[in-house]
Unconditional design. Structure first.
Length: 159
């Protein structure tokens, strides 16, 4: 592809390069010698600086800016906690509701088991068997005392 730079290089290039760098056309004696590195003849001296006795001057504007940053970060944290607190409370309340529902079903099951056991223990057949085992007898009719609730609120022993 022929561009203006390519055409210029073909026509004028070798002559211009020879004028600028006269060593470019002659070949070096040793073809493996590297060209020099740019600025290799410059020496930089590094001086050791001891800043142990230097005290930094306080800047009141920077101190104010730091406190403003701390306060704004604290306010942002409080605001974020305030925004997220109701949802977290709702989540914990949901867990508590589920735990209470599970406890209610457990207690309902336990209550039905206890009612069944109570019905089994108070059945007339079992009470009759206990009476026979302990030799209970029915009292005579003259030994039965009927309490009248209308005469007073005190229970009396009748002989």
């Amino acid at each position: 592809m022929a561009t203006l730079a390519t055409l210029f290089h073909r026509i004028v290039g070798p002559v211009v390069y020879a004028e600028v760098n006269p060593r470019a056309e002659k070949s070096p004696e040793n073809p493996y010698v590297l060209r020099s590195i740019p600025n290799q003849d410059i020496y930089f001296y590094v001086k050791q600086i001891d800043n142990a006795r230097v005290v930094r001057e306080s800047d009141p504007a920077q101190r104010t800016a730091c406190w403003k940053l701390i306060m704004s970060a604290g306010a942002a944290a409080v605001l974020l906690i305030g925004v997220l607190l109701p949802s977290a409370y709702g989540l914990l309340a949901g867990y508590q509701i589920q735990a209470l529902k599970q406890e209610q079903t457990r207690l309902t099951t336990e209550r039905s088991v206890l009612e069944l056991e109570e019905a089994r223990l108070l059945s007339p057949a079992r009470l009759e068997e206990l009476a026979r085992n302990q030799m209970f007898i029915d009292p005579a009719p003259q030994r039965v005392v009927h309490l009248d609730g209308g005469k007073g609120s005190m229970a009396l022993n009748v002989k």
